[in-house]
Every structure is written in C-alpha cells, then in structure tokens.
Design a protein around this ligand. Structure first.
Ligand code: NAD
Ligand code: UDX
Length: 445
C-alpha cells in the first residue's frame, strides 16, 4: 500500500484484518514515525485498536522502503493524494505517477498495480504506459479500485461497503482475468456479506468514483438551495427533506442543509469532474453549477452572521463551535469554517473557537488572531454571538441556560440546525438556523 494517509492506512489495515499481509509505505517522516510508534496520525475512531491488533498479529508493517514492500507482492495499491491543481481544478496526478515509477523499478513477478486514489479518467491507461516504459520486461496489469469510505466512519465503510468496484483493462481479457482473480481473493470476506462487486473497465471504474461523489455533492447543494427558499417562503426544510427523502427513489441521506460541503473529496472531485467533462467536450453543467453554488454559499454564511450581528462585527466577540468540515474527524481540508472565520476576522471580530478534534489541524489554516478554547463553554465566554459550524454530538446536549450564563450577548447562529429553535428562544436567545421558519417572516408576494 503506497501512502499511509486516510485511505492507505484504513484500507491497508482493513485488508490486514481480512487476513492479508500488508506493507504500508509512507514517505512523510512524521507520519511514519507516529505509525511505527503505534500512534495514529489521523483521527479515525477505532483505527488505533485495529492497527495495534494487526501489527501484533504480524500482518501489518510500516516503512519507507518501497522496494522491500513491493518485492514479491501480488498487488500494489496506490493511495497517495490527488489534490486539485491550482488554476484549472484538474486532479494533480503527479504523486500517483511518481509512485508508479517507483513501483515499476522494483516490482518482480506478476504484479497488479491498483489505483485506490481517486484519479481522472484515463489515468489507468497512462499508468500502464509509464510502467511499460520504465520496465519493459515486467509482467503486470493495471486495475482501478476506487475507495468510497467516509472519514469518521471509515472502518465500517471499508468492512461493510455498499459495493466494491474493480476496473480492469477491458481490451486485454487474459490480463483482466488474472488481475480480477487477485482482487477477488483480497475482498473474499465481503462475498460472505453478499456485497455487490462490480467488475468493469478501467475508464468506467474511474468515472464511477467521480460520479458518486459529485451526485452526493449535488444532492447537498440542492437541499441547501431549497433551505434558502424555505426561509423566503416560510417553509421548513427539515420537513421538506424528510418528506422527499421518504420517496425511495430520492432517499433520505445527504439532505441536511449546511454551510456548504467541504472535506478532502467533494470539493476537489466536483472540480475535477467539471474539468474531465470540459476536456472531453461533454461538460457536466449540473456539477459546474454545484461547484459555483457551494463556493458562494460559504461566503454567504459569513455574510449571514455579519448581518445577524447588525451589519458590523468589529469589536464583537464571536464564539465558534466546530471547525472541521464535519464531525468525527480532525480534517480541516476545505472546511466551511475557513471562509466564514476569514470574513469575521477581516470584519474586526474577536474569535473564540473550540473543536473537539480539530484544534491542531485548524491553526495553520485559520486567521492567526483566533483564540483556541478548552471547551464549548469556554468558547462562549463573553461572546456577543455564538456560531455553530460543525454538528459535533457534544454540542447538541449543551444546556442553553449554561451558554447564556457564559455569554455577554444573546445571539446564536446555528448553521447546522443542531438545536430546537423553541428551546433556544425560550432561554432568551435571538436564534437563526437554516431553512426553518421560526423567526423568519414569510415572504409576501
Ligand atoms: P492523504 O494526503 O491523507 O494521504 C496520502 C499519503 O500518501 C500522505 O501521507 C503522503 O505522505 C503519502 N505519499 C505520497 N507519495 C508517496 C509515495 N511516493 N510513497 C509513499 N507515500 C507517499 O490523502 P487521503 O485523504 O488518504 O487520499 C488519498 C487518495 O484517496 C486521494 O486520491 C483521495 O481523493 C482518495 N480518497 C480519499 C478519501 C478520504 O476520505 N480522505 C476517500 C476516498 C478516496
Ligand atoms: C465523502 C464521501 O461520502 C465518501 O463516499 C468518499 O469516499 C469521500 O468523500 P467525506 O468527505 O469523509 O466522504 O464526508 P461526508 O460525510 O460525505 O461529508 C462531506 C461534506 O458534506 C461535509 O462537509 C458534510 O458536512 C457535508 N454534508 C454531508 C452536508 O452538508 N449535508 C449532508 O446531508 C451530508
């Protein structure tokens, strides 16, 4: 497994748990040292125990020696980053291609080189060319096995997935069968769970991953726009989401309004799909719009807080609950808190923030002036306004009276709808949330 980040570490550990010998190669010295010392460099519930058990069982090792890991391996997975390229939004495949060259130089015997990273359509075929150029003698096949795990639920998602996608070269039937057999063996425990395993071509597997993420991002963006509309017409987005979601064709998941989707995948994968579409001469306009609407939404959320404050936040103290792009992760990549706090900081607000897991990862990406607090009540101390940006469970149970006792002002902007408007208002607060009618005058036609 090349790359020991979220995907490499979780997939490698879970494959080991399935009974396979796994060597994870990680080049970042801090990450590697942590892993070797039994510390997990990412926040993922349950992963520490699973890593420990598999290391003890001798099935899982960590190192930076790619040759040692690749020699004798039946399959080598590439799970390195594919971040957005500045400017055109395309996925940067340079880490993938660099890893593939390294693999090609040291592989021996028949080897399947598998992309676990999310890669643009055509990458698998490009990888095959790189390998042929680097090692004309190597007996190999290329496969695409995209990963659908969610941070915070990664182990469950990997061990009990909705489906597994295995793409192999459809123009090379003999190779396809050999590669498929190796991957089938790796995923054998999932056959017992009757997990659908979809065997398909390389390009199809690559496109499936972008299509899945983009569809989910579009679904969120849809409910976010409906949420705004609810506010204008006096409707309740929770009831709209629940009711449309009860239609099995729509489904109830991913219909929670939010300050905008973030994370390491949706923003970059929607941008990448629009680039893939444009380059292929077949633009995916719904996703181009999704990208634009989501970027604007994060800025609108900053504006919303400023308007709620009376149009000027300079000199105000703003308490912030939640910084990460979603709960149960320490990941700050493309979190809505980044543009929102940036606007509040530029407006002259004093920001007191707390996040249960993201305090260390937040510092490098948030304004320097932010004060990091010990808990939620500490963040509320002396605040004129309290803003909820991530729906961590521990915030849901905070008693409004306790918040009131800490705060100077009486304004709460709940941008994740974690509280019941009535309970908060009964405690004497002025309260705004997303798409719920309380306190919002219906639009007069
Ligand atoms: P990450 O940045 O957390 O991890 C990548 C790791 O690879 C880093 O630790 C880096 O040091 C290491 N690395 C880079 N080049 C290397 C090399 N040549 N040899 C050894 N190690 C190397 O990224 P991630 O979040 O794990 O994502 C990896 C890929 O998986 C991306 O393409 C992403 O789109 C995809 N993906 C991510 C998620 C997710 O939830 N994070 C889910 C599904 C798919
Ligand atoms: C996502 C995909 O779900 C996963 O299948 C893929 O492998 C990687 O990308 P992840 O980024 O970990 O996983 O988080 P996810 O739970 O999907 O949330 C992404 C963003 O959407 C978060 O910012 C979250 O707050 C937001 N979201 C999610 C909403 O705003 N509303 C929702 O209803 C659901």
């Amino acid at each position: 497994m090349i790359g020991g980040g979220y995907v490499g570490l979780v997939s490698g550990t879970c494959f080991a748990e399935f009974g396979t010998d796994v060597a994870i190669v990680e080049t970042n010295p801090d990450r590697l040292t942590a892993l070797r010392e039994g510390r997990i460099p990412i926040y993922e519930p349950g992963l520490d125990r699973l890593v420990e058990e598999n290391v003890e069982a001798g099935r899982l090792t960590f190192g930076d020696d790619i040759a040692a890991a690749v020699k004798g391996a039946d399959a080598v997975f590439v799970a390195v980053g594919t971040p957005s390229r500045r400017g055109d939004g395309q996925a940067d495949t340079s880490y993938v291609y660099a890893a593939v060259e390294q693999i090609a130089r040291v592989a021996d015997g028949y080897t399947v080189i598998v992309t676990k990273s999310t890669v643009p359509v055509g990458t698998g075929r490009e990888i095959a060319q790189i390998i042929r150029k680097t090692r004309p003698d190597l007996d190999f096949d290329v496969a695409s096995n995209p990963e659908f795990l969610r941070e915070g639920n990664a182990i469950q998602d990997f061990m009990r997935p909705d489906r597994v996608i295995i793409g192999t070269d459809q123009y090379k039937p003999e190779g396809t069968e050999r590669a498929q057999n190796i991957l089938r063996k790796l995923y054998r425990p999932l056959y017992l769970l009757e997990t659908p395993i979809v065997f398909t071509g390389l390009e199809t597997a690559e496109l499936i991953k972008y299509s899945a993420n983009s569809f989910l991002a579009m679904k969120i963006t849809f409910i976010n726009e409906i949420s705004d509309l609810c506010e204008k017409v006096g409707a309740n987005v929770n009831d709209v989401a629940r009711s449309i979601g009860l239609d099995g064709r729509i489904g109830k998941k991913f219909l929670h309004p939010s300050p905008g989707f973030g994370g390491s995948c949706f923003p970059k994968d929607t941008r990448a799909l629009t680039a893939i579409g444009r380059n292929a001469g077949s633009p995916v306009r719904l996703i181009e719009t999704t990208v634009a609407v989501n970027e604007q939404r994060m800025k609108d959320m900053g504006e919303r807080v400023i308007t709620f404050a009376g149009g000027d936040v300079s000199g105000l103290t703003i308490g912030v609950l939640g910084l990460t792009f979603k709960p149960e992760t320490d990941d700050m990549r493309e979190a809505a808190s980044i543009p929102v706090l940036d606007m509040l900081d530029k407006g002259g607000a004093k920001i007191r923030a707390f996040d249960p897991a993201g305090m260390t990862t937040a510092r490098p990406v948030l304004p320097q002036s932010v004060t990091y607090c010990t808990d939620a009540l500490d963040a509320a101390k002396g605040a004129d306004i309290l803003v909820v940006l991530t729906e961590w469970n521990e915030f849901r149970s905070l008693a409004p009276e306790k918040l009131a006792a800490e705060m100077k002002g009486r304004k709460i902007a709940d941008l994740r709808n974690i509280w019941d408007p009535k309970a908060i208002k009964d405690a004497g607060f002025e309260y705004i949330s997303l798409g719920r009618p309380d306190g919002v005058q219906p639009h007069q036609a």
